[in-house]
Design a protein around this ligand. Sequence first.
Ligand SMILES: [Zn+2]
Length: 394
Amino acid sequence: MLAAVLAPMVVLVSSARGETRVPVRLDPRAGPVLAAPILLPAVGGRAVIGEGWADVTVGPRTFRFILGAPLFRLDGKLQTLVGSASLRRDTLQLPIQFVSEILPGALGDRFRYDARLARLVDGAPAVIAARESPRNPNRLPNGLRRGHGVTIDAGHGGVDPGNPGLFFPNGLREKDVTLQLSLLVRDELASRGVKVVMTRRTDTLIDLRSRGAYCRDDCDLFVSIHVNSLPRRPGYQRVRGFETYFLAEAKTEDAARVARMENEAIRFEGSGDPAEQPGGLDFILKDLQLNEHLRESARAAELVQSYLQESHTGPDLGVKQAGFMVLTTARRPAILIETGYSTNPDDARLLTARASQRNLAASIADAVVAYLLEYERKVGLGPREPAVAGRSRK
Ligand SMILES: [Zn+2]
């Protein structure tokens, strides 16, 4: 419990490879944890996940964590932990003790942890860092292959204001805030070496079904950015938080409500009821290529949720699915982020203050880069194999 109270929000890993911010999540059962797909690339490590255990290898050492139990094994010796390693939506999460004590203990000549700054220093000389992450003219300093493209879609625009923005200052509405956030995400991605195409850069309306067309062959991911709101009902102003959707049949009434709200833009386009459009959701979901994209989309959504915890003060409302028209036409993995509620004063402030907007945009950009790195490893283009994330598939 004490460890939970004192846990930092972010652990900074610095090495010859650069600096990585690893968000700390407070898991109700496992205590403060770090997502392995974010941490391990930063220390040149990897993980293999089996039934009930996970082997984490960093340098010459392999740590076997017992999932869900406060135990790990090193050199044949079972040792106790304060928290535990566990899987969350198929993502391995490691107790913070792994960076604060275990790595510096087992690889003391290489790792040092500064608890005051919540900083893990990886002193591996540049030669080791270079071996683990070979210098390659086709790679960016963050390890990413050059030439990735992402489409950022600022929700609504022009005659479609989106939601009225109950607590937004200065008459801002959803369409204004989505554009501000999207432009910041574009800048953050550009500074990470990812090429960005915007569906809109000004206050104009783009047809919902045309937006996906901005993401085709040379595009790796489509990201639509929105702000949620609730209809007037008792206590509605207290609801806040962020959630990320991918395209599939809605599982809950609330997910269906959000999709209906975002799909309403179509009435500004004078093209009738969305339900009567040809190529409905079930038709699209039969497309096998798209099924692969759905798995990728779900993964991208998970990473966005993980990273946004770092900069968002509201609760993580999780990955959800629903039938968003804007996502149906992207022929690539596609997600829609509801960045918060304009009907909640705290979220409204967070979404409109410049500093917090920048932090949110940086988190989204970090998540996109993590997704692209993971995708590269999965398809065998990555600098280090095997894949860091996910359950081992047989
Ligand atoms: Zn919206």
